[in-house]
Design a binder for this molecule. Structure first.
Ligand SMILES: Cc1cc2nc3c(=O)[nH]c(=O)nc-3n(C[C@H](O)[C@H](O)[C@H](O)COP(=O)(O)OP(=O)(O)OC[C@H]3O[C@@H](n4cnc5c(N)ncnc54)[C@H](O)[C@@H]3O)c2cc1C
Length: 455
């Protein structure tokens, strides 16, 4: 696929490198505001990490499996015309299960429920209650594990924080920084003297809904790409130079070297690709970006017939705290969450092997990974019989880690004096799809406002 529909005026337009959800959203928002842009994508398909495999028998998401949406995001779905494609998570799937004391237990979803349940020891319940009165501290570059152990205790870190961080970042809470992941925790402690008091006083956060689409997550990038007038796929940016206020971009497209001049440039690629692009502009930024970690992760889809499996799974999925030494980081019970993923007489589970805490397990070969997952399903979920289909998809570089290396990259970026160069991607200030959409929309607003000032 190669298309470029509009004649563009060079030199006054915004170049965007990378058509994942961030670059696509940015291009769409600029187009809405009549700002000339050109979006360049290396692959023949857009969407980056968002990928769906569809056959007659199943719909498998092999990147992100859902998107959390509030009003801003659902309005975006309407704007790009996919509101009728949405599937909301089944209300029966709201419970999250955590593996503890040899079985999956429901994680209570509010502090009062948590205090009433048997999920935590008495000692931990007291520790949670006394968080209101603990002295506040300001610790530079504090990790999530340190923060939660300091404010609550180690059991909360091990059994709530650890699996929660696995679910979002596939990361290690001993390394991820509070200020980059959940700065709200620092804000609540500083403003109210206690995280819990702050949550109560500020009314907590409104719960967002989890969505997928009838034809899988790839519906989202496809719908945006179809609306764009200036998207060029199969075009890999190889070199960028900055001279006299212009970005000179060289790209390889179907064997041809193409050159462009842009007055503003947005890098919307993963950090490892941004590092190569930045080499001639700032070797310091390029080096810092090359150190951003993306631990590998395998997604494993397992399909059983309901008759064989002989089990009723009602919940979003089961997460495995690292301390429990399980093989996989956890699994989403996909067919309980979203309908139409497999036929009505089947169930689908999506497991995660690897990430920041399970790198050894990732090294197993596909056959071992499949076997270990089946064994754990038999033991822990009482699933009987053999699967009718099982597939391993490996991401050699999966989710960027919001740790001290990323902090160092941000510091180098802040030192850059070039005002017309922007970053907009999952490694830059928000990893989730909804963060990417919101950050790209905000950047488009900023660029549009600047244009108004200059015109
Ligand atoms: C396995 C997995 C599961 C996830 N699950 C969820 C989930 O359930 N929910 C959720 O909200 N988030 C999830 N995420 C996170 C989310 O998918 C990503 O953060 C998000 O998709 C990143 O989008 P992006 O546009 O920033 O970058 P990318 O998706 O990386 O897109 C960047 C694009 O740039 C292109 N590119 C790179 N280099 C060049 C170049 N030199 N020239 C031209 N083009 C280039 C790439 O081909 C790519 O298309 C998951 C991520 C992974 C890996």
């Amino acid at each position: 696929m190669y298309f470029r529909k509009q004649e563009l005026t060079p030199d006054i337009m915004v170049g965007i490198i990378g058509a994942g959800i961030s670059g696509l959203t940015l291009a769409y928002r600029l187009q809405e505001n009549n700002i000339p842009y050109l979006l360049l994508e290396e692959n023949d398909l857009t969407g980056g990490y968002i990928k769906t495999e569809i056959t007659n028998n199943y719909t498998l998401d092999i990147g992100p499996n859902s998107i959390l949406a509030d009003e801003e995001i659902t309005n975006f779905f309407k704007a790009i015309g996919i509101e009728n494609e949405l599937i909301e998570a089944n209300p029966n799937s709201k419970d999250r299960y955590i593996f503890k004391a040899g079985k999956y237990q429901v994680l209570p979803d509010s502090p009062p429920k948590l205090l009433k349940s048997n999920f935590f020891s008495f000692k931990t319940k007291i520790s949670i209650l006394t968080e209101f009165f603990k002295k506040t501290e300001k610790i530079e570059n504090e990790t999530l594990a340190h923060f939660i152990t300091r404010r609550f205790n180690k059991e909360v870190t091990d059994y709530v924080l650890n699996p929660f961080v696995t679910g979002i970042y596939a990361g290690n809470p001993e390394k991820l920084l509070v200020k980059l992941t959940f700065p709200i925790l620092n804000d609540l402690e500083n403003k109210y003297g206690s995280v819990l008091k702050g949550m109560i006083k500020s009314g907590g956060s409104s719960r967002r809904k989890s969505f997928n689409f009838k034809k899988g997550m790839a519906t989202l990038p496809k719908a945006i790409a179809e609306k764009l007038k200036n998207l060029q796929v199969n075009t890999k940016v190889e070199k960028v130079e900055y001279q006299n206020g212009q970005f000179r971009v060289s790209a390889l497209s179907n064997g041809q070297i193409l050159s462009y001049n842009f007055s503003q440039l947005v890098i919307a690629t993963p950090a490892y690709a941004a590092s190569v692009i930045m080499e001639n502009i700032s070797p310091e930024v390029a080096k810092a970006l090359s150190h951003v970690e993306y631990p590998p992760m395998a997604l494993v889809h397992t399909i059983y017939t309901k008759e064989n499996a002989n089990v009723q799974l009602n919940g979003f999925g089961g997460l495995n705290p690292k301390i429990e030494n399980k093989f996989a980081a956890g699994s989403i019970w996909t067919s309980s969450v979203f309908s139409n993923r497999v036929s009505n007489d089947q169930i689908l589970l999506t497991s995660f092997v690897g990430g920041g805490q399970y790198s050894e397990q990732y090294k197993s070969d596909d056959r071992q990974i499949k076997e270990n997952i089946i064994q754990d399903f038999q033991k822990d979920l009482k699933i009987k019989g053999k699967p009718v289909m099982q597939k391993v998809h490996r991401w050699e570089k999966a989710i960027p880690q919001y740790d001290k290396n990323l902090q160092a990259a941000y510091s180098e970026i802040e030192k850059l004096q070039i005002k017309s160069l922007y970053f907009c991607a999952g490694w830059y200030k928000g990893v989730s799809l909804s963060d990417c959409i919101k950050n790209a929309s905000q950047l488009a607003k900023n660029i549009s406002t600047l244009k108004d000032i200059h015109s």
